[in-house]
Structures are given as C-alpha cells and as structure tokens.
Design a protein around this ligand. Structure first.
Ligand code: KG4
Ligand code: ZN
Length: 325
C-alpha cells in the first residue's frame, strides 16, 4: 500500500491506496474553506498552521495500515510553499521512521490521475482541460512522463476568476460553487461581457480583462448579483470552448477529460459534453468528490510513480511552489 499526503493549498488530506489494483482503502480530507472565507482567499500562514493540526489527526486514523506500507507519497509541487512544507515534513518523518521510500508527486499530475482513482488501468493518450484555482491549461497527456502543454493562461486562472468575482460581490470563498449557484437564478444575457482573446489566433487564455468588466458592471448595478454571475460564467466558459475548438482543429483525441477543482462546474461540464459529442470524443470526468484537491488522486498517481521507481532521497526532495509541466 501507499500512504499519500496532500497539503498544497487549503485542504489537508491523507489516503491509503493498494498498489496491486489501485483500490482506495482510506481517504480523509479536512477543508479550511470556512477559515479562509472571511478573507476572500487563502491566507498561506493560516493554512500552514491548520495543516499542522489536521494532518497528524488524520494520520492517527491510518496507523493500522503502517505495517503494509511500501512507500509514502507527497505533493511537493506546485502550491503554496509554506503549506507544501507541512506535507513534505510529515512524509519525510514517515519515510525515516517506517523505513519506506519517498515518492514526490506533482499536484497537477495528481489532478489528471483523479480520473483513475479506484481503477487499475489508466487511459492514455488523453486530451485534458485542467481548470483549478492556480491553472487553466489544455494538455496532451501521452504517458506519466510525456505531457505537452497546448495552451495556458496569460494571467488569472478560470477558478481564480470565479473566486475574484465572488469576492467583489461579497459572496465568500471559494467562489466557484457560490457563483455557479447564484448564476442558476440569473439571466446570462443581461450583461454583454466581451469574450477574451476572441480576435487573436493565440492559443491562450486570459481572465483578468473579464474580471475588470465584471468589476465595472458591479459598480453600476450592485443589485444584479445573479445576472452578473450568470453572464460572467457564460462568457468565462465561452472563452474556454472557443480556444478549445481551435486546439481541436490541429489535435485529435479519442478521449478528452476535464480535471481540477473547477471541473465540478455543471455548466462547464455540459458545454464540454456538447463539444465532445460534436468531435466524437469520449468525455472522462472525475467523481465529483475528487475534483477538488485530495490525497486520493496523489495516491493513484503515486502507484505509477512507484512502478516507475521514481523514489527520492530524503535530502533530494524539496518544495517547488511554481513548477509546471
Ligand atoms: O483544484 P482545486 O481544488 O485547487 C487548486 O489546485 O487550485 O481548485 C480550486 C478552484 C477554486 O478557484 C474554486 O473556486 C474553483 O476551483 N471551483 C469552481 C467550482 N468549484 C470549485 N469553479 C467554478 N465552478 C465551480 N463549481
Ligand atoms: Zn488542485
């Protein structure tokens, strides 16, 4: 079995995954959303202190598996350095005391593997739209090691733009679920926001201009929260679909997936579903509970890392807050 730890942002999570068949035997996550809500975003030092309390509490519940552990896996990149350190320190301590090897895991790769939790086989090659709080990327995933970035954001990420809109409207944190909920009661045609990068052939994303358009709309119509959320969500998604269509003109995929915290957005899912039907691609999505950050996806990714013997020595593994593919 592999014990996996995730602490890259504001979720403390530990999982136990069986190597033989990728069965998820234990998974627990303690989210800090309420603690950060009043600040409209994650406060890194507060998050680190809360991980230091939550992770040892969850670890207590996994002690019965210790004798069967073959490795300890931990997210070491990318993320908030002060929170990554909490998980990495715990992983190093476990590696030393239980005398088992360490597997450093890339968090973004973990999101891709959220598709295969509890499944013995992975389905590569795969086109992937990764939409989280820190990333908006279209990827061509060929294998564990071969991941080609086809497009990325020039500024804010898709999920982050929902967080910022929610903050401007005083709806709390995280913004994704509250903006999506508010949008359900709004009219998406009320505000005519411009779709970003519509007239440039550039295969990239940008959300900072849309955020500014929303700010101006709120200043002029502070009461129209639902209509603003609906119009914003509509254009934010249109932007993704527009660029994806362009990418699919030169890249063809049999399987296409959406992963990351924002892949829980039902409107986005339905628009991607339509795209997959038109382009005859099979759509893969993770179970709703595994879209946002969790250790189960890190554990599933770690099974492939274990088979590939991607072990690191204690002094070799460090946190890398900004690593990408
Ligand atoms: O993957 P994740 O849990 O953490 C990162 O790795 O960043 O993603 C969190 C992000 C937040 O920005 C959150 O607002 C967004 O995912 N999110 C959503 C939805 N649920 C979460 N964005 C849009 N619609 C949602 N339903
Ligand atoms: Zn994430």
């Amino acid at each position: 079995m592999i014990l996996s730890i995730e602490s890259s942002c504001d979720d403390s999570s530990i999982a136990i995954t069986r190597i033989r068949d990728a069965k998820l035997l234990f998974h627990k996550k303690i989210s800090q959303e309420i603690d950060h809500s009043q600040y409209g975003g994650v406060v890194p030092e507060l998050a680190a202190r809360l991980h230091a309390i939550a992770l040892p509490n969850i670890l207590e519940e996994t002690k019965k598996y210790f004798k069967d552990l073959k490795a300890v896996a931990v997210t070491n990149e990318p993320g908030l350095s002060v929170t990554l350190v909490e998980g990495v320190c715990m992983a190093k301590a476990l590696s030393l005391s239980l005398d088992i090897p360490l597997l450093p895991i890339n968090h973004l790769k973990g999101h891709i593997y959220s598709l295969f939790i509890d499944k013995p086989e992975v389905q590569f090659p795969l086109g992937v739209l990764l939409v989280s709080g820190g990333h908006t990327q279209v990827l061509h995933v060929k294998s564990y090691d071969e991941i080609e970035v086809l497009a990325t954001t020039l500024d804010d990420s898709f999920g982050e733009s929902f967080d910022k809109v929610a903050k401007m409207l005083g709806l709390g944190y995280p913004g994704g679920p509250v903006v999506e909920k508010s949008a359900l009661s709004g009219d998406a045609t009320k505000f005519d926001f411009t779709v970003p990068l519509l007239r440039t052939p550039k295969l990239a994303f940008s959300y900072s201009g849309l955020k500014n358009q929303v700010r101006l709309a709120i200043e002029e119509n502070p009461e129209a929260k639902n209509d603003i959320c609906a119009s914003f969500q509509n254009v934010a998604t249109k932007h993704l679909i527009h660029k994806l269509k362009k990418i699919l003109q030169t890249n063809s995929f049999k399987n296409f997936a959406i992963v990351g915290g924002a892949s829980a957005n039902k409107y986005l899912r339905s628009e991607i579903e339509k795209l997959c039907q038109t382009d005859k691609m099979q759509l893969l999505v993770a179970d709703m509970q595994f879209c946002s950050d969790n250790a189960a996806m890190i554990g599933r990714c770690a099974i492939d890392a274990y088979r590939l013997k991607r072990f690191a020595k204690l002094d070799e593994i460090d946190v890398n807050p900004r690593t990408n593919f």
